[in-house]
Design a binder for this molecule. Sequence first.
Ligand code: HXC
Length: 257
Amino acid sequence: MAYETITVETRGRVGLITLNRPKALNALNGQVLSELLAATKAYDADPEISAMVLTGSEKAFAAGADIKEMQSKSYLDMYLGDLFSGWEEFTRIRKPIIAAVAGYALGGGCELAMMCDFIIAADTAKFGQPEITLGVIPGMGGSQRLTRFVGKSKAMDMCLTGRMMDAAEAERCGLVSRVVPAGELVDEALKAAEKIASFSLPAVMMAKEAVNRSYETTLAEGLRFERRVFHSLFAFEDQKEGMAAFSEKRKPDFRNR
Ligand code: HXC
C-alpha cells in the first residue's frame, strides 16, 4: 500500500514505521491515523514480523493532533465524529511497538508515544501536554496515561502548566525506559525490537498482554491472569525448546509455536 504521511520499512522481523509530515512537524491528522492503523494492522497480521518501531523525525516525533484540522470543528462535529476514538484501535495491536522519540512529542504526540509499549528517547526529546495553552485538555489519553506513568503531581504539573519535560526528566520519572544519543536512536530502538523478535512470538505477545492487564484490573485479578497465561505457555514447543536450550547450554531456536 502507498502511504503519504508515513513510511514503512521491514528490517528482518521488525517493521519500522516513520511519521512523515515534516512540514507540520508530524501533526496527527485523520490521514496519519488511518495510515498508521493500516500499517500496524498489516504488520500485526504478518507472520514474518514480531515487533515494530514507531519513530518521527529528528525535530519532532509528533507535535500533537493537527490543530488546523480541529480548529473550526463544533461540539456536534466532535461528538458525532467521535474524534480521536480511532486511536483506541492502535492500542489493540497485539505485537510490541516501541516508540523511538526525538524532538517534540507534544499533546497527541506524547499520547501516541504513551500508547506504544515502551518509549526509547533521544537526548533531544521533549515531552509535553500543552493543550491547556489552546483552551482545551488532552483528548487522546494524556490525562489518564501520563498520570499512570508519572503520578498525579507531575501529571497535573504537565497538564495544567503545559510545560515541556526533557529526556532526562522523562527517564527519571518513568515516562521513558531509556535515553540514548540522538544519532543512535533508531538503531537502538531497532536493536531492542530485534532482541524482542528473537524470542518466541506467542510468549512476547502474552507478555505484552499481561503487562497491559496490570493497568486495567486489580492486583489479585492481574496475578491470576498472569498465572493462567504462564501456565498456557507450557502448551508451546518454544517453552520446551527454551528450557532445553538452557539445560544444554546452547542458544534456543524458537519457532513461534
Ligand atoms: C498543526 C502544526 C502543529 C500541530 C506544528 N505545526 N505543530 N500544525 N498542528 N499540532 C506546524 C506549524 O503550524 C508550522 O506550520 C510548522 O508545523 C512548523 O512549526 P513551527 O511552530 O513554525 O516550529 P517551531 O517554531 O520550531 O515550534 C515547534 C513547536 C510548535 C514548539 C512544536 O510548532 C508548537 O507549539 N506546536 C503546537 C504544539 C501543540 O500545542 N500540540 C498540542 C496540539 S493539541 P507553518 O505552515 O506555519 O509553517 C493535541 C491534543 C489532542 O494534540 C486532543 C485534545 C483536543
